[in-house]
Design a protein around this ligand. Structure first.
Ligand SMILES: O=C(O)C1=C[C@@H](OP(=O)(O)O)[C@@H](O)[C@H](O)C1
Ligand SMILES: C=C(OP(=O)(O)O)C(=O)O
Length: 426
């Protein structure tokens, strides 16, 4: 397996324009496909997760034109649900933002669809979403294990009425249900059961639905009312913000290395919850400056923190590796759902942090990290998890540097990551 040796980086300075947000790209593509009229998406992310969504939409008969650099996509909307005559298999890799929303969207139209993915996708639950869609009349079968992909969906349309959905494992289930609710046959009321995780991702969903002309009445994150007879309307042009989770690695690097790093394309005006990562970094002692579409981080000695990270589950991983450079211990809590993402991230993080000498307590839904006095060189296993590879690049700021196994797994959301990281390293 390929390994990338990162030698000690003494200085990290400069500006980086962050590639488009995965969460916004895949939502915008699906809504543009369902909408009435053409949508021009700019700054679209070019990565595995987006390629899976684009390939699926193409098989579903959606026509789009992608620019040579894949950052601009003109989507010709279908003006409603997809209808396909012959059975289709859609392979969605390990993209949660493709699997969950497409599962819901395909129940709306006509056709027989199989949704498959990488082996890890078959271990990532989807039962809470299927249970909710079945209450609206959806016809979905599990092809292997109950509650997990692969799935077979026969499009029948969705009825409407009141539907309950569990919110405790993933917000993507509620996102998927929200996106299809306006296209059900009658009004839909969604009641969320249990404490909803990853709440800010619902804000992204609602913001994009609104950009495509659909209004949702919500009572916090507990209940959502969606009127019947709505249609998604193409907004004309839509700029995809830079990915706030991808920005986290550069902001942390600026803080650890003592330089000054400016990330552009994402800032105070963002609809992404992961911009709150900058506040977590500030709580560790970093100096942060905000602009409407940039964030600057400057270094100073970091201190450990004790924080509930449920609102920023992806960027929280960056705090875990930044904690190696802090004084005192760091405790990140309320992160049970790390276990059901690209890998069991709680187990993976604990194992790899121990390799560099940290003392780590892995709880069922928390991690406690005591940094080592001296960081040891380690070869980091990345478990086919892009964020493991990107987080552990920060260990390059230790005197011994670090070696990353399978660095190309960043292709899920940030294919160019290590080149961009090198560009700011001295
Ligand atoms: O809706 C989204 O775009 C996402 C929601 C989050 O997942 P969960 O809601 O499963 O925590 C996040 O981890 C994922 O990377 C993207
Ligand atoms: C959890 C993630 O991805 P997915 O959208 O596949 O859930 C992630 O990108 O960290």
């Amino acid at each position: 397996m390929k390994e990338l040796r990162l030698a000690h980086v003494a200085h990290f300075n400069g500006e980086v324009n962050i590639p488009g947000s995965k969460s916004i790209s895949n939502r915008a593509l699906l809504l543009a496909a369902l909408a009435n009229g053409p949508t021009e998406l700019t700054n679209l992310l070019d990565s595995d997760d987006i390629r899976h969504m684009l390939a699926a939409l193409s098989k579903l008969g959606i026509q789009y034109e992608l620019s040579a650099d894949k950052s601009r996509c003109l989507v010709n909307g279908n003006a409603g649900p997809f209808a396909v005559a012959a059975p289709l298999t859609l392979f969605l890799g390990n993209a949660g933002t493709a699997m969950r929303p497409l599962c819901a969207a395909l129940t709306l139209g006509r056709g027989v669809f199989e949704l498959t993915g990488e082996p890890r996708m078959e271990e990532r639950p989807i039962g809470d979403l299927v249970n909710a869609l079945r209450q609206l009349g959806a016809n979905i079968k599990y092809l292997k294990n109950s509650h997990y992909p692969p799935l077979q969906i026969a499009g029948t349309g969705l009825t409407g009425g009141t539907v309950t959905i569990a919110g405790t494992l993933s917000s993507q289930f509620l996102t998927a249900l929200l996106m299809v609710a306006p296209l059900a046959q009658s009004a839909v009321t969604i009641e969320v059961q249990g404490d909803l995780v990853s709440k800010p991702y619902i804000d992204i969903t609602l913001a994009l639905m609104q950009k495509f002309g659909v209004e949702v009445q919500n009572h916090g994150y507990q209940r959502f009312d969606i009127a019947a007879g709505q249609q998604y309307t193409a907004p004309g042009r839509l700029l995809v913000e830079g990915d706030a989770s991808s920005a986290s690695y550069f902001l942390a690097a600026g803080a650890i290395a003592g330089g000054e790093v400016k990330v552009t394309g994402v800032g105070r005006q963002s609809i992404q919850g992961d911009i709150k990562f900058a506040d977590a970094l500030a709580a560790m002692g970093a100096q942060i400056e905000w602009g409407d579409d940039f964030i600057i981080s400057k270094g100073s000695q970091l201190q450990g923190i004790d924080m509930d990270m449920n609102h920023i589950p992806d960027a929280a991983m960056t705090i875990a590796t930044a904690a190696i450079f802090a004084t005192g211990e760091t405790r990140l809590s309320n992160i049970y759902n790390w276990r059901i993402k690209e890998t069991d991230r709680l187990a993976a993080m604990a194992t790899e942090l121990r390799k560099v000498g940290a003392e780590v307590e892995e709880g069922e839904d928390f991690i406690r990290i005591i940094p080592p006095k001296t960081v040891q060189h380690a070869t980091i296993d990345t478990y086919n998890d892009h964020r493991m590879a990107m987080c552990f690049s920060l260990l390059a700021f230790a005197d011994c540097g670090v070696t990353i196994r399978d660095p190309d797994c960043t292709s899920k959301t940030f294919p160019d990551y290590f080149r961009q990281f090198a560009a700011l390293s001295r």
